[in-house]
Design a protein around this ligand. Structure first.
Ligand SMILES: [Zn+2]
Length: 497
């Protein structure tokens, strides 16, 4: 099909008179015709069990938007009978195209200095972690590059990554700190995340994560004391001066933060009214998921080693199970989270990218959609629910984004494929044609195959013009440890974020 079939120029509709005397709401954006509209349709809370599979699919559909909010969505005749349009109404035609809620990524580490492409190549050549670490690689490399980066540099590289995510349909995204590992550098990461939230279209949910790893220069017990006594209060205070407080995340796993460390950090975070997330059960089961349920955390993430007891606890709690199949795939591991059991036992399951410089340099949610089906055995419908409605609950945005229903934010992804089944089918090719955030076009693919941003999005378009400069900034020099530190050695091979 031709991309030229999508029109985004303002087009008045033909005289369409209301059937009642009451004034009908006037749409400022109308998407019509739509080949297939596909959306979760769950009223209360995240989708569980069969709800995850029960996607509302409507052929020949329409969506009407006013002031960034969906006012009607469904069969075209029904929608068109309930709204008015005029010459100012923008119109997007998407015949033979799939339209879903904007994709939501509930787990990323997208702000970091440098990159670790050299490690990827070393792994491909069979190098051990000890060899990689002794050459200055691993998380220490990202930590040092991040500490050496200015806020402006972190924003520039973050913008470049977010632009690509927008082009792949992401409309809302969680972003963690965790590569600074000192109060000053963690707060600079947080400042970069708040600035990124301000200057580009994707809605960001910040997470403060100094408990991502232990810095090599500090005693472990002292570092946890510092997080509890100084870093969390500083982050809460910093956020108060800008916007909503960040969530707090802890890497609770073998070789990382213990269950007792995590409990201390959770207690401190709750006293500061910060919401909780946890990296749980990736390498070993320390009962982190149990702790997440006990503390009412928004999510427990990874869950490769989650126990049957914890799965039952998740089913009884509001804590969302965030699964990250891209990480196992990128590390060429055969282990994945028990997604089918989690769904069948009643846990609310979401999918995320885990985009980071080491263990998963994958940001594309359509690609993760494919991996969710291929590796986790989700149905195409379950995986869509996991990337939209349930992902929203994993970051505290449930009921606002993640469904194409009236009253929801007009975050919409339009694909250059005709039906839902083809969403995850095209691994390696980006099927996204248009990404809409709050009723505005954030990204639009043009017909010659290049991907540029919508001309009505000043920030993204400016970034496009500046992209050569950004690319130069993309490859800062690698700095790193000359020898592996004992904390990273404890983590085991090839699992560094
Ligand atoms: Zn992570």
């Amino acid at each position: 099909m031709s991309l030229l079939s999508i029109s985004v120029t303002p087009t008045p509709l033909q005289n369409r008179k209301p059937k009642s005397k009451l004034p009908l709401p006037k749409a400022d954006l109308l998407i019509h015709p739509i080949g297939e509209l596909a959306t979760p349709c769950v009223e209360n809370g995240p989708a569980r069990k069969k709800q995850m599979h029960e996607i509302r699919r409507v052929k020949n559909a329409a969506i009407a938007v006013r002031k960034g909010v969906i006012i009607e969505a469904g069969p075209a005749d029904d929608v068109l009978s309930k709204i008015e349009t005029d010459a100012a109404t923008r119109k997007i035609e998407a015949p033979n195209k799939l339209v879903t809620p904007g994709l939501i990524d509930p787990h990323t580490h997208l702000v970091f200095g440098g990159n670790r492409a050299n490690e990827f190549l070393m792994r491909c050549q069979g190098k051990t972690y000890a060899e990689i670490a002794s050459s200055g690689g691993g998380i220490v490399a990202s930590m040092r590059a991040t500490r050496n980066a200015t806020v402006d540099e972190l924003v520039e590289t973050g913008l470049y990554r977010l632009k690509r995510m927008l082009a792949h349909g992401t409309t809302t995204c969680e972003v963690k700190t965790g590569y600074g590992l000192t109060q000053d550098s963690e707060l600079r990461m947080l400042e970069a995340i708040y600035e990124l939230a301000r200057v580009q279209p994707i809605e960001l949910v910040p997470t403060f994560m100094p408990a991502h790893a232990f810095p090599p220069e500090v005693d472990r017990k002292q570092y946890v004391n510092d997080i509890v006594a100084h870093m969390l209060p500083a982050a809460a205070l910093f956020a108060c001066s800008s916007s909503a407080k960040p969530c707090v995340d802890v890497f609770c796993d073998e070789g990382y933060f213990s269950l007792d460390d995590t409990r201390r950090i959770f207690d401190a975070a709750l006293s500061l009214k910060m919401k909780l997330k946890v990296h749980a059960d990736e390498f070993a089961n320390l009962k982190a998921t149990e702790l997440a349920c006990e503390y009412g955390a928004l999510s427990a993430d990874h869950l490769l080693k989650v126990s049957d007891k914890e799965i039952k606890m998740l089913a009884q709690s509001d804590t969302v199970a965030v699964l990250l199949p891209g990480t196992s795939f990128y590390l060429n591991l055969s282990d994945h989270a028990p997604a089918r059991k989690l769904i069948e036992d009643g846990a609310a399951v979401a999918l995320g990218s885990d985009f980071n410089p080491g263990s998963c340099h994958i940001f594309s949610l359509p690609f993760i959609w494919g991996l969710g089906c291929l590796k986790l055995k989700l149905t195409v419908e379950e995986a869509l629910t996991a990337l939209t409605h349930n992902a929203a609950f994993a970051i505290g945005r449930g009921g606002t984004v993640g469904q194409l229903l009236s009253g929801y934010q007009a975050d919409i992804t339009i694909y250059d494929v005709p039906a839902l089944e083809e969403g995850p089918y095209n691994l390696g090719w980006n099927p996204v044609a248009i990404t809409i955030k709050k009723g505005e076009i954030g990204h639009r693919r043009v017909s010659n195959g290049r991907q540029i941003d919508g001309a009505n999005n000043f920030f993204s378009f400016s970034l496009y013009l500046l992209s050569p400069l950004v690319i130069i900034l993309w490859a800062p020099p690698q700095t790193g440890a000359r020898s592996p530190n004992r904390y990273i050695q404890a983590r085991g091979p090839d699992l560094q974020k």
